[in-house]
Design a protein around this ligand. Sequence first.
Ligand code: AMP
Length: 426
Amino acid sequence: MSGISAPRGTKDILPGEVEKWQYMEDIVRRVCARYGYREIRTPLFEHTELFQRGIGEATDIVEKEMYTFTDRGGRSITLRPEGTAPVVRAYLEHKLYGSAQPVRLFYHGPMFRYERPQAGRYRQFHQFGIEALGSQDPLMDTETILVALTIFEEMGLEGLHIEVNSMGCPRCRPMYREGLKHYLKGRLDRLCPVCRTRYELNPVRILDCKENTCREELEQVPEIGDYLCPECRDHFELVQRYLTSLGRPYSLNPRLVRGLDYYTKTVFEVIAPGMGAQRAVAGGGRYDGLAEECGGRATPAVGFAAGMDRLLLALESQGKELSLSRELDAFVAIVGDKARMMALKVAVALRDHGFRVEMETEGRSLRAQLKTADRLGAAHVIIIGEEELGRNAAVIRNMEDGGQQEVPLAQLIESPESLSLQKISG
Ligand code: AMP
């Protein structure tokens, strides 16, 4: 193309593809409704400060991935890189703590991160997520994990795997931080440059470094499980017991720390098999300190976010056909100029009766029109021809088997549902 293409790391979702997204979104809506989660829509951009305070200054997202700009009023604005901090902001701003707790919310939409694009990693990507605000009960941590699994299973994903860990709380995590720093101190010069800077600012993030040298140095690293305070330990144990009682297998991953600073206690990831490096389709956990971090009242909360682009890749890699409905019920074909007016009437009447209908506009031969109807995936072609008009009739052609029948025009216009024009779906 001579002109302009979509920016790197973004993509168009074209008709044909978009139905798959709608299919996933429908499942998200349905499952969330069953669990009592209601949709919230927050702005695509927020004050930069929200993410700096919420996600944490020393995180990859805030340090190097945000789309931040100064607007014409001189404010620093950031395209949202994630959905949790905006939901917490909205919860506080609209005093949702005044309604029955916990408040269960879900969202879906585009997020923006300046990352190095590759398969499963984009600069504009799409997440859905849920947040349950106002409860510290470990039952809610379990519910969050269950909602994620239920959605993925209803989409048809197989072989999912849950990894869980606890990040502790402001009481016990500092002790772990110290233990970790003590262990890493003599190994600093063998860590990658990024981890060397993390050592002072955010040593826990060293645990999920992907560099081989760092991974080798971490072999004997102390585990946070040994540092948890009694409250965090009990909480984590209960979450695990609930999962077990529901027959949900999981594995403990003491290195699972997640990229955002706000997590406390439970963290988890849902892993899809066969996805290479981008194998996490969802991640989440508890973030009891985030609301205060954003300047609001203390609000325990838990949630997760799932990457829809990655879910789609995972579904496709498992050879899943998303059940999409047939695109078109009928194509109205025209034979002879005098038939144009009647064709228009028939098309409008069918649409008014709820059928999905396109009609001929280019004055092509019947043969060409049938070919077009076929390419559009039409289930039927309704042929309005001058000859049949003389008999007040039209022809319905079934595109599946090529069978044709002549029907009265009045019936086609007034009660098309009485004809064998059933919508093909599923
Ligand atoms: P996070 O918000 O980083 O916890 O990510 C939650 C989920 O969003 C991940 O498990 C991915 O499925 C998805 N995700 C995160 N970043 C990207 C990205 N740049 N491109 C595509 N999906 C992403």
